[in-house]
Design a protein around this ligand. Sequence first.
Ligand SMILES: CC(C)(COP(=O)(O)OP(=O)(O)OC[C@H]1O[C@@H](n2cnc3c(N)ncnc32)[C@H](O)[C@@H]1OP(=O)(O)O)[C@@H](O)C(=O)NCCC(=O)NCCS
Length: 281
Amino acid sequence: METKVSCMMASVLLDASGNFLAAKRRGIVEGIDYASTGEIKKIDVSRIRERLDQDCIVLMNDLGYSTLGEVLNCNPFAKREGFWQEGGVQRVHLLNGTNAGVLLKELFQRDGVGTMVASDLYEGTRMARVAVLPGIKQLLRPLEESGTLIRRTEEELLKALNSFIVIERGQIIACSVLFPFFEDKCGEVAAIAVSPECRGRGQGDKLLDYIEKASSLGLQMLFLLTTRTADWFARRGFCECSIECMPQKRREKINLSRRSKYHMKNLQPDRSGIRLDTAFS
Ligand SMILES: CC(C)(COP(=O)(O)OP(=O)(O)OC[C@H]1O[C@@H](n2cnc3c(N)ncnc32)[C@H](O)[C@@H]1OP(=O)(O)O)[C@@H](O)C(=O)NCCC(=O)NCCS
């Protein structure tokens, strides 16, 4: 911890005098003089990599430097994201530097306080295809036998296959299903499971993050029924609710004898650009 913190401090100091962005003046566009507003020409990816390889956190601001040494305000994030990815940088956190403690909150709170641009976050995560059915079954069967998940017949699984999301590392290591209820603008998260040897490494979070992109389908709320995993979902922003919060169509099919708890979470509008809609069309 000490090493990390001192490394962070070192990084802050180095970055304070760092010059990672080469910029040029935006100039006069359609008669408007953009004065000290700049456009990024180049990002010094190799120097950034060097710092990252030393386990440092690279702090960036919006300031770019022209060849004449002028300091320019280079604001457009979107353009910069493209540069990062071309340069092989896998994650960038965009933070509001005027908020006290923003870096610590971003790094140590689960949801953070900024915007993360990541190229690797959903690697291996995708909608299911028929070929993965045996892998899904293998993952779910022991959990059905222990009563953690409801039993689904082969036919039910096949019918639901288009709504399954899986994470694959050679084999299926995690899965979940999102049943959309479009008329009610909500979706049910079900059958979330991570293979026992891969638990505790954020795969469950990865699935849930992916599912939360469901706002791109026009869904505003997620809900679920759980008997043993309420705390896990509560830590991820789900609140306990009453059965009345479930869509009527779903309510009619609930097996009340399981005495499940009902949880829901309102979705934020998704701006990640990741779309699930083709999967459910
Ligand atoms: C719940 C589950 C999907 C989480 O997946 P995961 O990849 O292990 O989760 P993450 O790595 O994102 O999170 C792990 C954390 O969740 C906690 N956790 C795991 N199962 C939990 C449970 N049933 N209740 C509360 N917390 C739980 C772990 O202790 C760990 O806590 P920590 O971060 O404080 O160490 C996985 O444990 C699983 O497959 N469980 C069996 C199936 C299940 O219960 N499905 C839900 C049915 S509603």
